[in-house]
Design a protein around this ligand. Structure first.
Ligand code: NOJ
Length: 545
C-alpha cells in the first residue's frame, strides 16, 4: 500500500463539552481546548478528532446540528474556531471535524421547511411516509421507541433512527448531497484536515426495504463525495461504520477505491453483549473472542485497507473499567490495554482522559445522568416493570456518560475543569486521577502513552509489519508477533490479575533482543525466559534475526 503520513499518526478525540471550560459556565469550550494544545503536543498526538462543535439545540450533545456553518454558542465563536485551527497547526496538529450528515436537528431550517407541507421544496430532504395506516414499519430508534414520528401538520411520519429531534436526511436527493459537499468545502477551506464521519454506513439506506446499513448506493455516494470534495484537498478521513466487516472495510478503504482513509470497526466492542440483544444485555468478555476478532482484522486488512485502533470514545464505557481493573491494578491494566492496541497495525485513537486512566462513573440517581440514550432507556425499562437497581446496573456498565464526565486536570474542586458548576458531575476520584499528577510521575499512564505514540513514529515494524498471533488458545494471555524484514516485534500481555504460566520457544529470541516498552519492572530480557507473567504485565520485545 502507498504510505501515508497518518499511518504513523495517533489521533486524540476531544469531546468539547467535557474537555476544558475557559469561561466558567460549566461547559467545555474552544478557548479551553486552545489552552490545552501544549498538553496535547507534549503527549505527541498528530490529529485531533473534534466531536461536533456546530450550532445545535443539544438534544444529543451536538450530534443534532441546526446550522453546519455556525459554532455552538456554548463553545465559542467562529473566530475561536479559526484560532484553534491556527494554533493547532503551529504545533503540527491537524483538526478532523465530526461530520454528521445522516441526520440534522429538527431545528435545522431544512427540516422546519420540510415539515410545513407535502409540496414544500424541502419535503424530500427528509424521509416522509404516509401515516394513514400507522407507522410505516417496525424499525426502532437507537435511542428507544419507534423510529417513526407522526407529524400532525401534514399527517405523515418522518424517519429518525436516533432521537425524534434528529430526523434522517434523504441522501438519495442529489440537492441534499450537493449542499453537504459545499459545507465540507467550507470547512476544508478554513483549514481543517478532514472528517470523522458519523454513522456513515447508513447514508445509502433503503427504508422501504428495511435496509439501513450498507445500502446499494452507499459506496457510490462515498466515491462521489471523494471526487467532489475530498480528492481536492490533502485530507484524512475516518468512517464510523458500526456494520463494517473486514470485507466491507476493504471497500471503504482499499487502494484505488477512492472512498475513505480508514474505518472504525465495532466488532470488538460488542463481544461483551449477549448476541443480537444490543448493548445493554451484558455478558463477560471471553479473551479468546477478543484475540480472534482483533486478529482477524489485523490479518485480513494487511496490505488491503486501513483500520483505526480504539478502545474508547464518547459512546463507550472507559476501557480500564470495562476490561481492565480500575481498582488495585488501574495503572498496570490501563498500560497493558494500551500496549495491546498500540502495537497493532492501524491508526490509534486516544479518547480524552484515557491517557491518564480515567474510570467509569457511578451515579445512583438517574437525574444525575445527562445522556439522552441513557435517560430514554431508563424510562423505557422502568415502564416495562424492570426494577430501578437492575436498570442502573446496565447503565453503570455501559452508559455513555461513563466516558463523558469532565476531564480531570488536577486535584482542585471540579478537577480543574471549570470554575462554575459542571454540566455533568466530575468523578470524585479526580483527587487521585488527574493530569497534573500524571505529568509529574514518570511511571504514569500518561508517560506510557507518550512512549507508545513515539514508538510508532520510530519503528516501521509497528506501522507496516505483518501480524501473527501466538498462544492463540491461552485463556489469559494476549500475545502476537509483528514481522518486517529481519525484525520481529513480540507483544506478550497478561489480560487478568492472575499469574499465568507460559512458555515461548527459543527461536523467538533471535540474535539480538531488546525490550522496547513494558509496564512492570524486571521482566526477562528474552521471550523464552518468560515463565510466568505478573498481574496485567505487558512486554514488547524487538528482535533482530
Ligand atoms: C454516533 C455518535 O458517535 C453518537 O454519539 C451519536 O449519538 C450518534 N452517532 C448519532 O449521531
Amino acid at each position: 500500500m502507498e504510505k501515508k503520513w497518518w499511518h504513523r499518526s495517533t489521533v486524540y478525540q476531544i469531546y468539547p463539552r467535557s474537555f476544558n471550560d475557559h469561561n466558567g459556565d460549566g461547559i467545555g469550550d474552544i478557548p479551553g481546548i486552545i489552552e490545552k494544545l501544549d498538553y496535547l503536543a507534549f503527549l505527541g498526538i498528530d490529529i485531533i478528532w473534534l466531536s461536533p462543535v456546530y450550532q445545535s439545540p443539544n438534544d444529543d450533545n451536538g450530534y443534532d446540528i441546526s446550522d453546519y456553518y455556525e459554532i455552538m454558542s456554548d463553545f465559542g465563536t467562529m473566530d475561536d474556531m479559526e484560532k484553534l485551527i491556527q494554533e493547532a497547526r503551529k504545533r503540527d496538529i491537524h483538526i478532523m471535524m465530526d461530520l454528521v450528515i445522516n441526520h440534522t436537528s429538527d431545528e435545522h431550517p431544512w427540516f422546519i421547511e420540510s415539515r410545513k407541507s407535502k409540496d414544500n421544496p424541502y419535503r424530500d430532504y427528509y424521509v416522509w411516509r404516509d401515516g394513514s395506516g400507522g407507522p410505516p414499519s417496525g424499525i426502532t430508534s437507537v435511542f428507544s421507541g419507534p423510529a417513526w414520528e407522526y407529524d400532525e401538520e401534514t399527517g405523515e411520519y418522518y424517519f429518525h433512527l436516533f432521537s425524534r429531534k434528529q430526523p434522517d436526511l434523504n441522501l438519495h436527493n442529489k440537492e441534499v448531497r450537493e449542499h453537504l459537499y459545499n459545507m465540507m468545502n467550507f470547512w476544508l477551506d478554513k483549514g481543517v484536515s478532514g472528517f470523522r464521519m458519523d454513522v456513515i454506513d447508513l447514508i445509502g439506506k433503503e427504508i422501504d426495504h428495511n435496509v439501513l446499513t450498507d445500502g446499494p448506493k452507499l459506496h457510490d455516494y462515498l466515491q462521489e463525495m471523494n471526487r467532489e470534495v475530498l480528492s481536492n484537498y490533502p485530507t484524512v478521513t475516518v468512517g464510523e461504520t458500526p456494520s463494517a466487516t473486514p470485507e466491507t472495510a476493504k471497500l471503504y478503504t482499499g487502494e484505488g477505491r477512492n472512498e475513505l482513509d480508514m474505518v472504525f470497526t465495532f466488532q470488538h466492542m460488542s463481544l461483551d453483549e449477549v448476541d443480537g440483544k444490543g448493548k445493554w444485555a451484558l455478558k463477560p468478555l471471553n479473551l479468546r473472542d477478543l484475540k480472534q476478532t482483533l486478529g482477524k482484522w489485523q490479518t485480513e486488512l494487511h496490505g488491503q485497507g486501513w483500520n483505526s485502533l480504539y478502545w474508547n470514545n464518547h459512546d463507550q464505557p472507559r476501557i480500564v473499567s470495562r476490561w481492565g481493573n480500575d481498582r488495585e491494578y488501574r495503572v498496570e491494566s490501563a498500560k497493558m490495554l494500551a500496549t495491546i492496541l498500540h502495537m497493532m497495525q492501524g491508526t490509534p485513537y486516544v479518547y480524552q482522559g484515557e491517557e491518564i486512566g480515567m474510570t467509569n462513573i457511578v451515579f445512583d440517581d438517574i437525574r444525575d445522568y445527562r445522556d439522552i440514550e441513557t435517560i430514554n432507556l431508563y424510562n423505557e425499562k422502568i415502564s416495562e416493570g424492570i426494577p430501578h437497581k437492575e436498570v442502573m446496573k446496565s447503565i453503570h456498565v455501559k452508559g455513555r456518560d461513563n466516558a463523558r464526565t469532565p476531564f480531570q486536570w488536577d486535584r482542585s474542586h471540579h478537577g480543574g475543569f471549570t470554575t462554575g458548576t459542571p454540566w455533568l458531575e466530575v468523578n470524585a476520584n479526580h483527587k487521585e486521577i488527574n493530569a497534573e499528577d500524571a505529568l509529574k510521575d514518570e511511571d504514569s499512564i500518561f508517560h506510557y502513552y507518550r512512549k507508545l505514540i513515539r514508538l510508532r513514529k520510530e519503528h516501521d515494524i509497528i506501522v507496516y509489519g505483518g501480524y501473527d498471533p501466538i498462544l492463540v488458545e491461552h485463556p489469559e494471555i494476549f500475545a502476537y508477533k509483528r514481522k518486517l524484514g529481519n525484525e520481529t516485534l513480540v507483544v506478550v500481555a497478561n489480560f487478568y490479575g492472575n499469574e499465568p504460566e507460559l512458555s515461548l520457544p527459543e527461536q523467538l529470541d533471535g540474535t539480538s533482543c531488546e525490550i522496547v516498552i513494558n509496564n512492570c519492572e524486571g521482566a526477562s530480557g528474552r521471550p523464552s525466559g518468560l515463565k510466568t507473567l505478573r498481574p496485567y504485565e505487558a512486554i514488547v520485545y524487538l528482535i533482530k534475526h
